[in-house]
Write a protein that binds this ligand. Structure first.
Ligand SMILES: [Zn+2]
Length: 76
């Protein structure tokens, strides 16, 4: 039975709910209004396990190592 992640647009509460595949929705446990299904738990696990890989490499800015000090010969 999959675990679904829900987001309540009424009170902005986020919660997980274990439901059968045939489930169509869930009510917010906080304000008891209908909540929106957001993501499955599988996406959450992926996001939490490899979060550091989401950072794109940033070129070093400043410091005068390359392109700016004019000493590297790369033409910039
Ligand atoms: Zn709510």
């Amino acid at each position: 039975m999959p675990l679904y992640e829900y987001f309540c647009p009424t009170c902005e509460h986020r919660f997980d709910k274990l439901q059968p595949m045939s489930a169509t929705g869930a009510d917010c446990p906080n304000c008891e209004q209908p909540a929106r299904r957001a993501l499955s738990v599988f996406a959450s696990i992926t996001r939490g396990g490899s979060g550091e890989m989401d950072f794109s490499p940033m070129p070093p800015m400043g410091g005068g190592g390359c392109c700016g000090a004019g000493g590297c010969g790369c033409g910039h």
